[in-house]
Design a protein. Structure first.
Length: 148
């Protein structure tokens, strides 16, 4: 049995790959320049927390969602995922944990991030619900009872 040859790609692809590795290495060196032990501990703790606690929780929630909504599950998944991503990115400002530091660095107020995140979340779920209503009505319009 012969082993498959590795695909190397074009020279441009290899150059971009080497540049991305160099950039990641530089970022890693800069990140670990300070308190490297606490940073490494944070990464390991985040991975363990995600894999052992959060993943089973949202997998169970997704299974329950699939059972309860059936084929319309993505009308809940997509807005929930987008809202969760926004929460993940803006968590310190949404919770107000860094309001003073944010105001000191940017000279802008950090007020309103929670309300805006809630409004965006409501708009995502509202738009998804509206799309679901439109799709259900179209599906009922095409049914056998509509032609008879």
């Amino acid at each position: 049995m012969t082993l498959p040859r590795p695909v190397l790609g074009s020279p441009l692809h290899l150059l971009l790959l080497l540049c991305s590795f160099a950039l990641c290495g530089y970022a890693g060196v800069r990140l670990l320049d300070g308190d490297w032990f606490m940073i490494a501990l944070w990464f390991v703790g985040a991975a363990v927390l995600h894999d052992l606690v959060l993943l089973p929780l949202y997998a169970a929630a997704d299974r329950a969602l699939v059972r309860s909504t059936g084929r319309w599950v993505n009308h809940v998944r997509v807005p929930a995922a987008l809202s969760g991503l926004l929460l993940l990115v803006w968590f310190p400002l949404i919770t107000g944990m860094v309001s003073e530091r944010y105001a000191g660095v940017t000279a802008l107020s950090a007020d309103g991030y929670t309300a805006r995140w809630l409004l965006v979340t409501a708009a995502l779920f509202g738009g998804s619900a509206l799309l679901l209503v439109v799709r259900v009505r179209r599906a009922r319009g095409r049914g056998p009872s509509a032609s008879g």
